[in-house]
Design a protein around this ligand. Structure first.
Ligand code: GCB
Length: 596
């Protein structure tokens, strides 16, 4: 029997006919990996992936998925079973799937099993066969399972392990909840045997005749790659509203390289936060057609400015964790995205930093519809195992899949490769390679990372990071007023010796919603309000400040935040409480953004 194959990620998975596998999945919590190993640590006879059942009354099988509880997928296990709130380990999931015989009467189709994200390490089985192993908790992946499916009952089993390790990405410690499970959509996707694995439709950058003021024509470039390296496949791309249509033929690699559409500038509405215009793009390959909604804009830097469509823009941002707006748990729906993003809008934002890992796809797509620019990041956070080649490979794969999923979204302007990493030669090499890799995958966006400033003297903050040469935008986090006295804020000086735009990618402090007192009383809303006031005044003095993404939109769960009655396992730096109530500092930031 043929085995399944791990495939590169399919672009725009939502454009294909699919069967949702969301819903109730049975699960077994497996603290000692009994589903794999017997008492001598040899493979067990009755591995859970077999979904074994006793055949005779005397048969001994010590598990039964069908009698085990269920939980909703997508969803984290921590907030669905109170026994699993702090659990980090292995859980097995199972669901069955009834397939009618007629779907197999279409020999020109393949079936891809697609996972939006599984945190952190997972093995996938279909009808008892191992399909693949994936690591990394926030990026999608898909397998070709065509040959493993059968008419009638099919069983999908996923073993998920979210134990933390020093060599992982993220590493052993991080300031957010390690939500485990199948946290994003699962689907069985039907695609033609030859399908578009990847395509990109972008407005060409200025130097190639794209945009800068006065140009009468603009170029839209199209490139594509099929899943098969075959010449002679015909692709027709059309943008009906612009009356553009062209037909291309693939080369022997199954690719189409940067083919251009030229269009008079005045006909093209550019995507902007004020007018987030997207055009329907239809792509026909052989006899099948998919469509996407694509916006056109350029993003570049000039000295210390960020230019959107050739015009300087100040990025009025906020950092966000991918957590549900009310009550915590992993966010995974369009509604979650809309709520969080509408709070950002209310704050006056035109930009969000989706920290510290790729958020669910709808978050990016909804932001695009709402006119919100995005910074998207991989979880290379704090003390990564810089010397470990496997760690690098893992980080690079996460970067690849983040870009593969979202590179057609006009609103993403920054790929961020790291957050607050300690300086060393190994770290510079690791991050330098990541930055270069990102550019080979996508040279139409800016690269940044959240750096740290060092105190050159008591009141002078100097940004001194070898990574400055690799990034387009220098960004740093600073916590004056929280990890340092707020009264120092007016005395602070900033030395950023690079001719690049600056984003302050974090600042902020904690407050418990509804707790009031003096402005020097920690945890009160007044303390946070004053901290924001002082910070906004201080940031205004940074030369070349091109944007800010304060920390953070909403209180979020973190195992590191243990102070009873105040934190209770929440990082309280949100401008909204975990239940969505606004704190006083919200208005300070909103007012400041109104001046920008
Ligand atoms: C940081 C981290 C962020 C933390 C934050 C804090 O610098 O980048 O992940 O949550 O500080 O609250 O301390």
């Amino acid at each position: 029997m043929a085995s399944a194959a791990t495939l590169p990620l399919i672009q725009n998975v939502g454009a294909y006919e699919s069967l949702s596998l969301n819903g109730a999945w049975n699960y077994i919590v497996d603290v000692q990996e009994e589903g794999y190993y017997d008492y001598r640590m040899n493979p067990t006879r009755w591995g859970f992936f077999q979904n074994a059942k006793p055949q005779k009354p005397e048969d001994l099988i010590e598990y039964d998925f069908d009698k085990s509880p269920t939980m909703q997928i997508p969803g984290d296990w921590n907030t669905q079973d109170e026994r699993l709130f702090f659990y980090e380990g292995t859980v097995w999931f199972k669901r069955s799937l009834h397939l009618p015989s007629n779907i197999f009467h279409q020999p020109s189709s393949l079936f891809l099993l697609y996972f939006g994200a599984v945190n952190y390490d997972c093995h996938v089985y279909v009808n008892g066969r191992h399909v693949g192993h994936h690591i990394g908790g926030f990026t999608p992946f898909n397998y070709d399972v065509t040959d493993l499916l059968k008419e009638g009952e099919n069983v999908i089993i996923v073993k998920v392990d979210n134990k933390r390790h020093a060599e992982d990405v993220p590493t052993q410690i991080f300031d957010w909840w390690n939500y485990g499970g199948i946290t994003r959509d699962v689907k069985l996707v039907k695609v033609p045997i030859v399908y578009l694995e990847d395509y990109s439709v972008t407005l060409s950058p200025p130097e190639s005749g794209g945009v800068r003021g006065g140009l009468s024509k603009r170029n839209i470039s199209f490139s594509a790659r099929l899943n098969k390296a075959e010449a002679g496949h015909t692709l027709t791309v059309s943008i009906p509203e612009l009356k553009l249509k062209k037909t291309f033929t693939t080369d022997t690699n199954g690719t189409i390289h940067c083919s251009l559409f030229t269009i008079p500038s005045k006909k093209l509405q550019l995507w902007t936060p004020e007018n987030p215009k997207c055009y329907r793009v239809e792509i026909s390959l052989n006899t099948s057609t998919i469509s996407d909604e694509i916006g056109f804009r350029t993003i570049e830097t000039r000295d210390k400015q960020i230019l959107l469509n050739g015009q300087p823009i100040f990025l009025k941002g906020i950092s966000i964790h991918n957590e549900k707006p009310n009550g915590g748990g992993r966010a995974n729906s369009v509604e979650d995205a809309r709520t969080l993003l509408s709070w950002a809008k209310e704050l006056g934002c035109n930009f969000v930093r989706l920290a510290h890992y790729p958020h669910h796809e709808e978050m990016v797509r909804e932001a695009e519809k709402m006119g919100i620019l995005v910074w998207s990041e991989i979880p290379v956070y704090w003390t990564i195992a810089w010397k470990n080649p496997k760690t690098y490979e893992n980080a690079q794969n996460q970067l690849r899949d983040m870009i593969a999923r979202d590179h057609n979204r006009a609103n993403i302007i920054i790929w961020s490769i790291a957050n607050e990493t300690p300086h060393s030669a190994e770290r510079d090499q690791f991050l330098g390679n990541l930055a270069q890799y990102a550019r080979t995958l996508d040279n139409t966006r800016l690269i940044s990372m959240a750096m740290e400033v060092t105190g050159a003297s008591n009141y002078v903050n100097r940004l001194n990071d070898n990574m400055n040469q690799y990034v387009d935008v220098v960004s740093f986090n600073q916590y004056i007023g929280w990890y340092r006295d707020v009264n120092d804020a007016p005395k602070m000086k900033w030395e950023i010796p690079y001719n690049k735009p600056v984003i302050v990618s974090e600042f902020g402090g904690g407050a418990k919603y509804g707790y009031h007192g003096q402005k020097n009383q920690r945890w009160t809303e007044e303390f946070q309000e004053n901290l924001y006031r002082e910070n906004c005044a201080m940031l205004d003095k940074i030369e070349g400040l091109a944007g800010t993404t304060p920390w953070i939109l909403k209180d979020f769960r973190s195992p590191r935040r243990v102070l009873p009655d105040v934190q209770d396992y929440y990082n309280r730096k949100g401008l909204f409480s975990d239940k969505g109530e606004k704190k006083k500092a919200f208005y300070v930031l909103k007012n400041w953004y109104e001046t920008k």
